[in-house]
Structure formats: C-alpha cells, structure tokens
Write a protein that binds this ligand. Structure first.
Ligand code: IMP
Ligand code: MG
Length: 193
C-alpha cells in the first residue's frame, strides 16, 4: 500500500543511523555534499549538452550508488544508467590492477559517451581498470566523476574529470561509503581514522 500523506508533518524520530551520525563532527555535511553534487551536475550537463544520444552513466557498485542517485537528478540532459561491480583479487600483487568484474554493463557502448561514477579514488586501480575495460567497448568518450579524491595513496595516475572533494589520508564512511559493509546510510561523510 502506498504511503498516505497526511497534513501534519511526521515527528522526526532519530533512528540508529541518526544516533551514530550525531556522534562526531562530519568531515563533509550532507548540505555541503548536496551543493557540490548539484554543481557537478551542472558542469556535466554543460560538457555533454550537444551529444547526440543520451549520456551513459556507469555506476561503480556499491559505494557510488548514493552519489550517482543524487548526481543523476542534478543533470539537465538525458542519461541512461548502467552498473559495474568490481572486486580486487585478494592477492598481494594488487598493483597490476587486475580486477574481477562481477557485473558488467548490459547495453552496447559503441559510439556512446560514457561517464564512470565512483565514490572515492584511492590507489586509482579500480577506476582505471574499469575505464580500460569500457574503452575496449568502442565508446565515443570515457570520463570519470568521483565524489572524493584521496591522492595520498595513489598508485596509478587517474584523470578525474569531475571531482567533488579532495580529502586527506583518512578512511571515510557515509553517503554510500562503507566500512565492512556498514554505514552507507549515513547522510554525512565521517572520517573513521
Ligand atoms: P582504489 O582502487 O584503491 O582507488 O579503491 C577505490 C575503492 O575502494 C572505492 O571504490 C571504494 O569502494 C573503496 N574505498 C577506498 N577508500 C575508501 C574509504 O575511505 N571508505 C570506503 N571505501 C573506500
Ligand atoms: Mg567502490
């Protein structure tokens, strides 16, 4: 059954995530994130204003889902949505950038303009490996939008075309980013370290 809207605004009861959210000062508040994401949405819309077909947004699961959902709604151009799911091989030699792709885009990308959407670029291996795979599919262009850029531990150079915030060398959670699968629901971004 659909939610019935009543005239009276519901009383806000803090759930468990709100309790945790009030534990410390966020690194990035939801207001600040929202403002930045809207701006990125405008820049992206300008960049692709004249393309023939809808922009293909490729969301890197799972962390980028919240960012991508907001970014998508900040666009003033038509866009399609695809998802990729990558996990690194649990071997010591991660610097070769070999990734296991558990899910790849479904539609053909030949001649299409593709925007990869990532939550955070750390070593750079994930987004670069995915970009390489996507480029082999014959797109017209591949660009990268990342909410966060943490350059301290970069192993491969990454050209981030649309970047939300450059952050210091701290592990962050919230707004889609997790620690051991948790905290993605927090509206603000916090540093755990
Ligand atoms: P990279 O391949 O080292 O650039 O790692 C990027 C991926 O690691 C991102 O897609 C995130 O899922 C994850 N990641 C890296 N740093 C953080 C963090 O501080 N919080 C949550 N996830 C992170
Ligand atoms: Mg990720």
């Amino acid at each position: 059954m659909a939610e019935v809207l009543t005239k009276q605004a519901p009383v806000e009861t803090p759930g468990p995530s709100l309790d945790r959210a009030s534990a410390g000062k966020p690194l990035l508040s939801s207001t600040r994130i929202a403002r930045r994401v809207r701006r990125l949405g405008r820049q992206i819309s300008e960049m692709y204003a004249d393309i023939e077909n809808p922009l293909v947004i490729v969301v890197i699961l799972k962390g980028a889902t919240v960012f991508a959902a907001d970014l998508l709604r900040s666009l003033s151009i038509p866009a399609e949505l695809e998802f990729v799911r990558a996990s690194s091989y649990p071997t010591g030699t991660s610097s070769n950038g070999h990734l296991k792709l558990a899910h790849m885009v479904e539609g053909p990308l030949v001649g299409r303009h593709v925007l990869l959407v990532e939550d955070i670029v750390d070593s750079g291996l994930t987004v670069n490996a995915i970009a390489r795979r996507i480029r082999r599919m014959g797109p017209a262009s591949v660009r990268i939008a990342a909410l966060l850029d943490r350059p301290a531990r970069r192993q491969e150079e990454v050209n981030i075309d649309f970047c939300g915030f450059v952050i210091p060398d701290r592990f962050v959670i919230g707004y889609g980013l997790d620690y051991a699968g948790l905290y993605r629901e927090l509206p603000h971004i916090y540093s755990l370290t």
